[in-house]
Every structure is written in C-alpha cells, then in structure tokens.
Design a protein around this ligand. Structure first.
Ligand code: SF4
Ligand code: SF4
Length: 203
C-alpha cells in the first residue's frame, strides 16, 4: 500500500482508530531488504548452531537501553551478581551479554527485554525499515532460510503493534510498502540508533 499524502494519512488514522494523525510518521518497508533469508531461532539452533551469536561480540558486547529501561536492569545486575556494567544507557560486558544465561536470553518473553533487542534485527534509518548490519553477518542469515519479515514477526510487533499482521500480509505480494509508525516509537528507535552509532558507527 502506498501512502501518498497527508490527507490519506489523516483518513487512515481516522478509519483505523489510530487517533491523531500528527502522532504518526510514514516510513517505507523495502521488500528486498526485509526478505533477506534467516534461519528461525530455536533452542536446538541456539544450542547447536548459532550459539546465539546476536548476543555476543568477540570483544565487548554492548547492549543499548532506553532511559526508562536501564534502572531495572542495573538493579537486576546487582541483585543477581551479573558481570558487566551499565553506563550512559549501555550495558557492557566482555564477549557475551550480561543477561545471557544457559545459551538463552534470561529476559526473553519478559517486559524487561531491552527495546533495542526486541526490535532487532530491524531498525528504522532514513525513513526505511532495514536489517541491522550485524545480523546480515550472522550464521543464521542464509539463503536456505525464510524471509526476515516472517522469521522475526515479534520484532515487527514491537515496532508496529497489532498492525504487524497486515504488514506481513502486504509484504507477501512482493512489493515495497509504506506504513505508519508511532512517532513515540520512532523517537525510541532514534535513541537506540544514536547509542549504537556512538559505539562503533554501525546500526
Ligand atoms: S537471531 Fe540468529 S544468532 Fe540470534 S538467536 Fe536467532 S538464530 Fe541465533
Ligand atoms: S538482553 Fe537478551 S537479547 Fe539482548 S543482547 Fe542480552 S541476552 Fe541478547
């Protein structure tokens, strides 16, 4: 679907009960980008193949957090005596994330999993939904997999809420689409992107 004008945005917001159109921003989802193929995450795949490479780094693993996320994570790190630090909204630890336990994210399926992790592998840059460069280099990014927009449905949900189902359906037609994203979410994405860019210049 192409959203071509402000009046169309106003109409869509009104018809879908999305409130004030001023709270929304139009971005493009390039079909080719979000159709990059990935293997599905699973306990078996994590344990035996990928070793959750997305939660690791050969040097420092740095995980950006939002300003309303880090206080809980800091307390949890102290309470559970986890290694690593949180400074300027960035969790830092050597090689693997502080919250990685038994080959799995100990925050998975909790409201405390950082937004930057929940939206990954996607981010928004220059008004386009893209796959982060780190994920394009992972072992799970393989031509034998399935499109990113199908494998990472929960990441689309973190970004677009309930609209994610319609987005997946529209992408199945094999074309770029234009969608509305809440400005509040876009601002959180910008905060995470800034932390990542300060870290090593990549998203
Ligand atoms: S995103 Fe890739 S590397 Fe990370 S847990 Fe899933 S399959 Fe493994
Ligand atoms: S918080 Fe969880 S998903 Fe995010 S890097 Fe750490 S272990 Fe991985």
């Amino acid at each position: 679907m192409q959203i071509t004008s402000k009046s169309q945005m106003k109409r869509i917001c009104c018809q879908t009960g999305r409130g004030d159109w001023m709270d929304w921003h139009k971005i493009t989802i390039p079909y080719k980008e979000v159709s990059l193929k990935f293997n599905k995450c699973s306990h078996f795949y994590n344990n035996n193949i990928c070793k959750a490479a997305c939660c690791r780094d050969e040097n420092l693993m740095e995980v950006p957090t939002l300003s309303d996320e880090w206080a809980y994570l800091w307390k949890r790190m102290k309470k559970d005596n986890l290694r690593g630090t949180i400074e300027r909204n960035m969790i830092t630890s050597s090689h693997v994330c502080s919250f990685f336990k038994n080959n799995f994210c100990s925050l998975h399926n909790t409201k405390h999993k950082p937004f930057g992790c929940r939206m990954s592998p996607f981010t928004v840059h220059n008004d386009k939904l893209i796959v982060r460069s780190k994920y394009k280099k992972l072992i799970c990014c393989t031509s034998k997999g399935e499109p990113a927009y199908e494998v990472f449905q929960s990441s689309l949900e973190a970004l677009f809420g309930d609209s994610y189902r319609g987005i997946i359906e529209n992408l199945s037609f094999g074309k770029d689409i234009e969608v509305l994203i809440e400005k509040r979410i876009l601002s959180q994405i910008d905060d995470i992107n800034s932390l990542r860019l300060k870290r090593d210049g990549s998203l």
